[in-house]
Design a protein around this ligand. Structure first.
Ligand SMILES: CC(C)(COP(=O)(O)OP(=O)(O)OC[C@H]1O[C@@H](n2cnc3c(N)ncnc32)[C@H](O)[C@@H]1OP(=O)(O)O)[C@@H](O)C(=O)NCCC(=O)NCCS
Length: 314
């Protein structure tokens, strides 16, 4: 098996592999925009396993800062892991992940992270490689009982000029949390370069004339709200009750609750918080200095301080 980078293979082979393994893929133009705008990607963009001229597996290594109990640290990430279904179980994904770990170690990272689902084959593969779950991801449900939203608030679609306010709210809301609190200020702009409709799911909460919160919504996928970010609890309640009043269904749902502070707020608003849901974020130590078993504590998973919102999914 040879390890190749994106520039060393035919981009059509990369596209074909992702289509057969995931059902969809980024085309060359999208990858070009991502590479030129988003510094989380390495210069290689992706690693591929090649065997007798066939491209059989892919791993996309990433780098980004997270906040650990020991301080802010840049860590590695792996995304886009897949192998051709005709060779599953033959170790291609495993060996290519090993190559990605070597690359991340060369860059000086002590930890590799990934997001996945406990529901899929990949979870068993990652667990076998030593990756550990960092924290429980939860969901919440509440029967919508016609609560009247507090006066003075409105929700509106988010647009590009809202990006700095969204980022500032996110930083304030997560200031006592650990994990994915270090989203770069330009992150949403990079995402907008990849997809011009990236903000479609975002709503901003306006009190008077000030933007005091934001959230994401996916009503067509059964998710009333996720990533409800409002540093002040009254504003948080305003956002949640406005979303309930807009809901066409009897039940309002919340996806991806990680931080205990968020769970407590939803409970206070009458939601039953349940989990763990199948989605999970895992991590592996790349050095003798840290034990993988310590990573849930370092990321705040055992103290309830861990946070990761869908915007930081990778
Ligand atoms: C997930 C995926 C990449 C795994 O690829 P793969 O080529 O089968 O993985 P490997 O053959 O390298 O398996 C790695 C190891 O896990 C073991 N393994 C495979 N499936 C397993 C399972 N369900 N539970 C536990 N171990 C498993 C293998 O025996 C192998 O062991 P070894 O290398 O230590 O001998 C592949 O199934 C895939 O592309 N899925 C679709 C895309 C996807 O869901 N990607 C993950 C996104 S998070």
């Amino acid at each position: 098996m040879k390890v190749r980078t994106y520039d060393e293979i035919d981009p059509v082979d990369a596209f074909r592999l992702s289509v057969v393994a995931f059902g969809s893929a980024w085309d060359e133009a999208t990858i070009g925009r991502v590479r030129s705008s988003d510094p989380r990607y390495l210069k290689e963009f992706a690693l591929y396993a090649e065997e007798r001229g066939r491209v059989l597996a892919q791993v996309v290594p990433l780098r980004f800062p997270v906040r650990l109990a020991s301080g802010v640290e840049e860590v590695g990430g792996v995304a886009g892991v897949c192998s051709h279904p005709s060779v599953w179980g033959q170790g291609f994904a495993h060996r290519l992940m090993d190559a990605a770990h070597t690359r991340l170690r060369e860059l000086g990272f002590r930890i590799s992270t990934l997001t996945t689902s406990r529901n899929i084959r990949g979870y068993g593969v990652y667990a076998k490689m030593g990756y550990a779950d960092l924290a429980p991801f939860r969901s919440a449900v509440r029967r919508v009982t016609g609560r009247t939203p507090p006066k003075g608030y409105r929700l509106r679609a988010a647009s590009r000029p809202d990006v700095p306010a969204i980022h500032a709210l996110y930083r304030t809301h997560t200031r006592k949390m650990l994990g994915w609190t270090e989203r770069p200020a330009k992150f949403l702009e990079w995402s907008l370069r990849r997809r011009h409709d990236y903000l479609e799911r975002f709503r901003v909460l306006v009190r008077g004339r000030e933007v005091v919160g934001y959230l994401r919504t996916r009503p067509h996928e059964g998710v009333t709200m996720e990533e409800v970010v409002a540093p002040n609890f009254r504003d948080f309640r305003g956002a949640v009750t406005l979303m309930e009043s807009r809901s066409r269904r009897d039940l309002a749902t919340v996806n991806w609750i990680t931080a205990e502070e968020d769970a407590a707020r939803f409970r206070r608003l009458g939601y039953s918080v349940d989990g763990p849901i199948p989605d999970t974020t895992m991590a592996l130590s790349l050095t003798d200095e840290i034990r993988t078993a310590d990573l849930p504590r370092l990321f705040g998973g055992t103290s309830g301080r861990f946070v990761q919102y869908p915007t930081d999914d990778f």
